[in-house]
Structures are given as C-alpha cells and as structure tokens.
Design a protein around this ligand. Sequence first.
Ligand SMILES: C[S@@+](CC[C@H](N)C(=O)[O-])C[C@H]1O[C@@H](n2cnc3c(N)ncnc32)[C@H](O)[C@@H]1O
Length: 193
Amino acid sequence: MADFWQMVEFSHLLMSRQISKGAIVIDATAGNGHDSLFLARIVGEDGKVYSFDIQEKAIANTARLLAEHHLLDRVELIKDGHQNLDKYIKKEIDGMIFNLGYLPGGDKEITTRKDTTITALEKGLKLLKYGGIITMVVYTGHPGGREELEAILALVDGLDPHIYNVLNYKFINQKSAPEILAIIRRRAEERSS
Ligand SMILES: C[S@@+](CC[C@H](N)C(=O)[O-])C[C@H]1O[C@@H](n2cnc3c(N)ncnc32)[C@H](O)[C@@H]1O
C-alpha cells in the first residue's frame, strides 16, 4: 500500500490520475530510476518515457532497475540536462515529473539548479497537452534548494489560471520537508466545470 505521506508517492498518485496507457512522458531527473520505473508502468507497452540525467551513474542505475523489471524498451535514457529536452522531444507530452536535488547515494554536490530547472519547466510547459500534468518534488535542505523552490514558485504563480491549475502541496508544520508543485493544463473553456 502506497504511503501518501511520502511526497514522492503522493506525486505518483497525482500523476497516475492524469496519465493513461499510451502516454508520452518525461522523467526530468532519472536518478536511481524509481520515477522512470513508475512512469514506464503507467504508460503501458504503447507509451514512452524519456528520462534525462547528467550523471552516468544515474543513467546506469536507471537502466539496471528498468531491465530488472523488463521495462527498458519503453524508456529512452538520455545523458543530458533536462534544459535541452527540446533537442530530443519534438512532440506533445502528457506528463513530466521532476524530483529535484541530488542523487540519493551519490555526490551531494551535484544537484539540480535553479536556472536549468526553470528552462526545463518552461520547455515542458510548451509541450504539455491539454489534460497533461507536471509534478515537481522540491527539496530545500541543500545549498541552492530554497532559491530553486522560490524561482519555481515565481514562475508558476504567473501561469494563466484560465489555462493551468497549479497546486502546492506541503506540510505546514515541517519546514524542511519537500514540497510538491503540480501543474495541470486545462482548456480555457473547461475552467468553470
Ligand atoms: C533527487 S535525484 C532524482 C531521483 C530520481 N527521480 C529517482 O526516482 O530515483 C536528482 C537527479 O537530478 C539529476 N540532475 C541534476 N541536474 C540535472 C539536469 N540539469 N538535468 C537532468 N538531471 C539533472 C542529478 O544527477 C540527480 O540524479
């Protein structure tokens, strides 16, 4: 049974409500592959996951996990920054998942960064289909994490409410816990339904 008090699992719940079989999705930060594995399962055999990471170790860990579950064929692993996603993906996407910060078990100095995260989010928003979703799990405990969160909040705060629903999910009483941002793109005419 999933534990929805865990932010990553809650982001998966939100994602699984919007994404169906055959979907095209992006894992912006492959890391140890847990999000890619989750996405590979929900998109089914006709779907596709593009997974980015700048670290060889993360790409290798993700490939190993997917291979163990016989799901590697649904995932394209890309060793490049998510800020370059438009070099690889030209079509619309149904969803995108960000799990920011550093690689668990890896080098804590290599983290996602404010500027590249914002570029990737802007590019992801341009590709996002109506009904599509972007979730971001954002950590603030490491250097630069708070600034990264503030930059993301500033960007999503300015998104047209006629087109996007934006949710900020966080613990009120645990200041250092990660937060979730979830952005759902809607058609303007659906907004009052
Ligand atoms: C918290 S981990 C991701 C965890 C992963 N989603 C999982 O399920 O295990 C963050 C990852 O972001 C990666 N990263 C940092 N900057 C990046 C960038 N510009 N583009 C893509 N990945 C990046 C790091 O190398 C690290 O592996």
